[in-house]
Design a protein around this ligand. Structure first.
Ligand SMILES: Nc1nc2c(ncn2[C@@H]2O[C@H](COP(=O)(O)OP(=O)(O)OP(=O)(O)O)[C@@H](O)[C@H]2O)c(=O)[nH]1
Ligand SMILES: [Zn+2]
Length: 198
């Protein structure tokens, strides 16, 4: 069964000059329109391509919000993949899976003193409501078996390790900004992310 619905060439990045392909899939409905961005045909040309599973963050990815580091991580990944090739899975699970409006409700609670995980729980959600099962399906559809995963998040390693040979964990940089200190510290101390911050 062909699980790739389409592959389209496009150029991406800040200057729209980095060659890539965007791939769509047959197995997802309109509420889960995940896409893969493939650089240098990494799915076909590389034994162990760089892979980034990036969960959607409208505020960070599009507007480079001061509250998180998502947009910077995405830019960093695109620039690395320009050089080395690789695959970004852009996963439509905004707000760690609780959706945009709920994430913004969580921001209100954070402004009142809760951390990101406490705010999710206060709203009746899991601390992190994401699943990476769709990502596994996407990588299998792209015939990836071995990979180098760009992440600081041990949960992402755990989610893939039974299905793929993870040759290397590639950390992202620390993108500290005025308003994302607590967010990043909580990622490290509660989420056990591998971040170089106190
Ligand atoms: N619920 C909630 N979600 C948030 C908050 N801040 C950011 N997010 C979401 O967190 C997710 C971040 O995803 P990623 O960058 O893929 O991953 P990560 O878990 O930070 O791990 P890395 O791979 O190390 O970057 C996005 O879906 C954001 O929308 C918050 O305060 N509350
Ligand atoms: Zn974000």
């Amino acid at each position: 069964m062909n699980e790739i619905r389409a592959r389209i060439n496009l150029k991406v990045g800040l200057h729209s000059d980095i060659e890539a392909e965007i791939a769509t899939f047959t197995m997802f409905d309109e509420n889960h329109e995940h896409i893969a961005l493939i650089f240098q045909q990494a799915d076909k040309n590389q034994q162990a391509p760089l892979v980034r599973m990036h969960s959607e963050c409208l505020t960070g990815d599009v507007f480079h919000s001061s509250r998180c580091d998502c947009g910077e991580q995405l830019d960093e990944t695109i620039n690395l993949m320009k050089e080395q090739g690789g695959i970004i899975l852009y996963l439509r699970q905004e707000g760690r899976g609780i959706g945009l409006y709920n994430k913004l409700d969580a921001y209100v609670l954070q402004s009142q003193g809760m951390d990101t995980y406490q705010a999710n729980k206060h709203l009746g959600f899991a601390e992190d409501a994401r699943s990476f099962e769709d990502a596994v399906t996407m990588l299998q559809a792209l015939a990836v078996t071995d990979l180098r995963l760009i992440t600081n998040n041990p949960k992402k390693i755990n989610a893939l390790k039974d299905y793929f040979n993870i040759i290397e964990q590639v950390n992202t940089s620390l993108h500290l900004k005025d308003d994302n200190n607590n967010y990043l510290r909580t990622k490290k101390h509660h989420g056990k992310h591998d971040l170089k911050i106190d």
